[in-house]
Design a protein around this ligand. Structure first.
Ligand code: FES
Length: 511
């Protein structure tokens, strides 16, 4: 944690820095379990806990470090107020399903509370009201429509004119009795309990495929197998598609978070703007000191302005409205949104009975992720879930998804073509330290990063997923793909899928 008005030089989420979490070995052998889980975020860890409690043998693997992906970079609001959503869900799915969506979030909140009680978990849990505010006349009507949807669905909420923040606003919609917490303090205990129940955790173990013999087997990059009765793909972007065409049905967005110490005292509540650019606020307490979390600036991964400008925009907002004394942390997150905004949770495809997936939480992973783990765990132990049909990945609602489907896939095609045609006359000699550029090396498009010691790192800039061209992310020093959100370190290693293979490294001397 820094204590200056300068933005921290390196991104680092508070959550991960503030807990001691053990590291786990790499999988080095063939193993056999009831359930193989891929992905160590809130979904994977909650499912490992629920399933191991039912005396099933569980192995959870993560390509990187457990609890360090999207779950480690969240703002950790436990709320059923997912922006403006209920009016849209009612129009798109009908009243019954909109209500089910709300009930799923409330059940997730209750499940988190139950686990906290059962294991006496101290995770900075606080009941807070959730509030969407607007300063736009257009959005006042949208808030009013959302309130009408609340009333029809039996959601307790109030339209209010004033919120206790010095931020311009004309109207707000409050959902009472939601919550916030420290997600990793909570999940650390679920992970420990899972291990006590016999679950095995492995890190730095990348799953690359699922194969079938008598049973499904997860295949790792090192050629090891986890033979299972069931596979649960909880790897954010599904590492295995199962012919579910997930890349065409979801898009990836990045968003940014600053933690700031301010002269102004944080009022109670969790806030989010209805209109763009999104501004989301909550507080955290670090060593007895109150910090404001200021989040927002969403954009499609690998697209838009330079990443540091997004942090700068949040900083400008904080300076203007908070009376900032110091910036303690900054970090960013990546989230996936499905075409109809409801996550995909269920069988990965109709043909594959024993492979389940959970993805597409649209930034609301604390509740959607928890309920996803419950739905799949129930399914595996033979219990039906009332939410199964709502979340099923095999649904296809034509309107408005189809228009968005066309737009998203046209966007992908544009980036595929752009990469092949774009000519660049950037020169490595012009690169400043800690900066990157795209150049032609022997006719090949290459990304080159010059680190602080002036060492050059060059990679082939064609994404190993489906061939789009990656873009430099100056805030995180990564190469990000605009098509489906794969992210790579400056040396080309995969940080985030769907890509499974690293970018090819190029020896600049040889080209
Ligand atoms: Fe799909 Fe890069 S993530 S092409």
């Amino acid at each position: 944690m820094t204590d200056s008005k300068e933005m921290p030089q390196f991104p680092e989420p508070y959550w991960r820095e503030s807990i001691d979490f053990p590291s786990f070995p790499k999988l080095e052998e063939k193993i056999k379990v009831d359930v193989g889980i891929v992905g160590g975020g809130i979904v994977g860890v909650t499912a490992a806990y629920l399933l191991s409690k039912q005396n099933l043998t569980v192995a959870l693997i993560d390509a990187g470090v457990i609890l360090n992906g999207t779950t480690g970079h969240t703002t950790a609001k436990i709320t059923a107020q997912h922006g403006l959503i209920y009016d849209e869900l009612m129009k798109h799915f009908g009243e019954d399903k909109a209500k089910l969506y709300y009930e799923a979030q409330i059940e997730a909140k209750q499940l988190i509370e139950k686990h906290m009680d059962e294991h006496n978990i101290d995770c900075d849990y606080e009941t807070q009201d959730a509030v969407i505010y607007t300063n736009s006349d257009d959005y006042i009507t949208k808030l009013e429509n959302e309130k009408t949807a609340y009333d029809q669905l039996g959601i307790e909420g109030d339209l209010i004119d004033k919120i206790p923040l010095d931020i311009p606003h004309k109207k707000a919609l409050m959902m009472k009795n939601q919550a916030q917490f420290h997600p990793l303090k909570y999940l650390k205990v679920l992970a420990e309990e899972s291990i006590k129940n016999g679950a095995q955790f492995y890190e730095n173990t990348t799953a690359i495929d699922v194969e079938y013999n008598k049973h499904p087997a997860i295949i790792t990059r090192d050629g090891h197998r986890i033979i299972c009765r069931y596979v649960f793909v909880a790897s954010h972007f599904p590492f295995y598609d199962g012919q579910g065409f997930y890349p065409t049905r979801m898009y990836a967005e990045r968003s940014y978070v600053l933690a700031a110490k301010a002269a102004k005292k944080y009022p109670r509540g969790m806030y989010i703007s209805a209109e763009e650019p999104t501004r989301s606020l909550r507080s955290i307490t670090v060593n007895g000191e109150e910090l404001w979390l200021v989040a927002g600036e969403n954009h499609k991964t690998g697209q838009g302005k330079a990443t540091l400008e997004h942090y700068q925009a949040l900083q400008d907002f904080a300076e203007k409205h908070l009376d900032v004394q110091a910036y303690a942390y900054r970090w960013s997150a990546q989230d996936l949104t499905t075409l109809d905004k409801v996550p995909f949770v269920g069988r990965i495809s109709a043909e594959e009975e024993a492979v389940f997936v959970a993805t597409g939480f649209r930034k609301w992973g604390m509740t959607n992720g928890t309920i996803a783990a419950k739905i799949i765990s129930d399914k595996i132990v033979g219990n039906d879930s009332p939410y199964e049909e709502l979340y099923t990945p095999s649904r296809f609602q034509a309107d408005p998804s189809i228009r968005k489907f066309m737009r998203i896939n046209a966007d992908v095609a544009k980036h595929l073509i752009k990469g092949k045609l774009e000519f660049t006359d950037n020169r490595i000699q012009d690169l400043a330290a800690d900066d990157a550029t795209v150049v032609r090396l022997n006719g090949r498009r290459a990304g080159v990063y010059k680190d602080k010691n002036e060492t050059l790192h060059a990679i082939d800039s064609t994404c190993t997923h489906m061939g789009c061209e990656v873009e430099w992310n100056s805030g995180e020093r990564t190469w990000d793909c605009p098509c489906h959100g794969s992210r790579f370190s400056y040396t080309g290693d995969v940080i985030e899928g769907p890509a499974k293979r690293p970018l090819e490294r190029i020896d600049i001397e040889k080209g």
